[in-house]
Ligand binder design. Structure first.
Ligand code: HEC
Ligand code: HEC
Length: 143
């Protein structure tokens, strides 16, 4: 009889112990998804802006990225507002100065009737030069 009571007591103790171990810990809601925020929040991406102002050197021979907004500079057949600032012939080939509009390099010019003119193949600047947006690259690159 004593043995039976002891066995019963032991088995109750074991059951209690097992139940204690099996108690589920609540899962932290913030670790449930790959999002860095709570699933109940709407993550707001950083506002997109063209006027990034940052300028990362492009590789040698590549068209430089445009570090400013260009919404107000519409290029038409008759008029190219970019030349107003980037067409200073006296500065062709001059070193870049931060904050100043670099003059288009010699490759962009041609001679018409003995005078320098912007080469027709360079008239549509945006074929080659793209604006730089204020966003971080999704994936890093070593190039
Ligand atoms: C009102 C003057 C102005 C106009 C118009 C303008 N830019 Fe600029 N641009 C600047 C200035 C100033 C900088 C230099 C900004 C800096 O260094 O932060 C610049 C920088 C650039 C650069 C980078 C050059 C470098 O030194 O690496 C490119 C490319 C460029 N602009 C292209 C264009 C194109 C294409 C247009 C027309 C759609 C245009 N820009 C219109 C003033 C102007
Ligand atoms: C066919 C492609 C093409 C077109 C169109 C073009 N560019 Fe470029 N641009 C380039 C390349 C490539 C470079 C760099 C290599 C070089 O010197 O030619 C460059 C260089 C420049 C630079 C010097 C940037 C630096 O880092 O020194 C300026 C400023 C510039 N371009 C402005 C303009 C403007 C303004 C127009 C429109 C009137 C224009 N480009 C049209 C391809 C182009």
């Amino acid at each position: 009889m004593k043995k039976l009571i002891l066995t019963a007591a032991l088995s109750i103790a074991a059951t209690v112990a097992i139940t204690a171990c099996a108690v589920q810990q609540p899962v932290d809601i913030n670790t449930m998804s790959l999002e860095k925020t709570s699933p109940f929040e709407t993550p707001t991406p950083k506002a997109y802006g063209e006027n990034a102002g940052l300028y990362r050197e492009t590789q040698m021979g590549m068209p430089a990225m445009i570090p400013h907004a260009i919404d107000n500079f519409k290029i038409t057949r008759e008029n190219n507002p970019c030349i107003m600032c980037h067409g200073n012939q006296a500065k062709i080939g001059a070193a870049k100065v931060k904050g100043e509009a670099t003059a288009m390099p010699a490759t962009h010019w041609t001679k018409v009737n003995g005078k320098l003119a912007v080469s027709a193949s360079r008239h549509e600047c945006l074929l080659c030069h793209a604006t730089q947006a204020d966003v971080q690259p999704l994936v890093g690159t070593v190039h």
